[in-house]
Design a protein around this ligand. Structure first.
Ligand code: PEP
Length: 253
């Protein structure tokens, strides 16, 4: 038995203007007003963070950013520092999402720098890893994930990583409607935990939450959450509608 508290996370990607984000967050807070046994977070676009922070304050919903830059401040036009996110009300930050890796040259090395900056500023990093369809078909899933995890977490100690959250997001399942089966997710989550155990010891490996992400919907969440190493979900498309997302959060009902 473990005491890992489930976390259901919503990644709003590049959707919702400020008024739309405020409206959605307000509806979500109402729908989740009785929720106590699970952690919930939403990651609106940067522009809406401060306003959404006011809406979710005092509720069970925490705020996350979708990325950060590792420098504290300076001439880095267009970038957002960790302290800016903290001042906007963020508790979490998503790092290394496959869309950042695919379209914005994110690498394991930059993931590592961002995670360090998150920890240094008391933000909880949600580190995304996942294989492409081609990598799965060529039976390289485990070697790809091993590399992403080890390089992304290079030079950290088990003490540093206590608050880390990992999200396993097979790239072929993101926004495609193709979900990994619960058995496929469990197999990978178990593997990730074994890599963590080898590098950082059993206590840390057992305490880290590993979320599954990739076309999670109200009709598949319960099956995924029934797996012993699946500790929650990172939800994209289905987090945009508060009713749908709240059904995912209430997967036990
Ligand atoms: C995501 O954006 O992290 C994601 C998993 O998206 P979707 O749920 O739409 O597949």
């Amino acid at each position: 038995m473990t005491n890992r508290r489930p976390l259901i996370a919503g990644n709003w990607k590049m959707f919702k203007t400020c008024p739309e984000a405020v409206e959605t967050a307000g509806q979500l807070v109402k729908l989740l007003s009785m929720t106590t046994d699970i952690d919930v977070m939403i990651a609106p676009p940067f522009t809406a963070l401060a306003q959404v922070s006011d809406v979710v304050r005092g509720s069970c919903v925490s705020l996350s950013a979708q990325n950060l830059f590792w420098e504290a401040q300076g001439a880095f036009t267009g970038e957002i520092s960790p302290a800016m996110l903290v001042s906007a009300g963020c508790k979490y930050v998503i790092i290394g999402h496959s869309e950042r890796r695919q379209y914005f040259n994110e690498t394991d090395e930059t993931v590592n720098r961002r995670i360090k900056a998150a920890f240094d500023n008391d933000l909880i990093p949600v580190m995304c890893v996942g294989e492409s369809e081609k990598e799965r078909e060529s039976k390289n899933t485990f070697s790809v994930l091993d590399k992403q995890l080890k390089m992304g977490l290079e030079d950290f100690s088990s003490d540093d990583l206590k608050r880390l959250v990992i999200a396993y997001e097979p790239v072929w399942a993101i926004g495609t409607g193709k979900t990994a089966t619960s058995e496929q997710a469990q197999e990978v989550h178990k593997f990730l935990r074994s890599v963590l155990e080898k590098s950082f010891g059993n206590i840390l490996a057992k305490s880290i939450r590993i979320l599954y992400g990739g076309s999670v919907k109200p009709n598949n969440i319960a099956e995924l959450m029934a797996m012993p190493d699946v500790d929650g979900a990172l939800v994209g498309g289905a987090s945009l509608d508060p009713e749908t997302f709240s059904k995912i959060v209430h997967f036990r009902e």
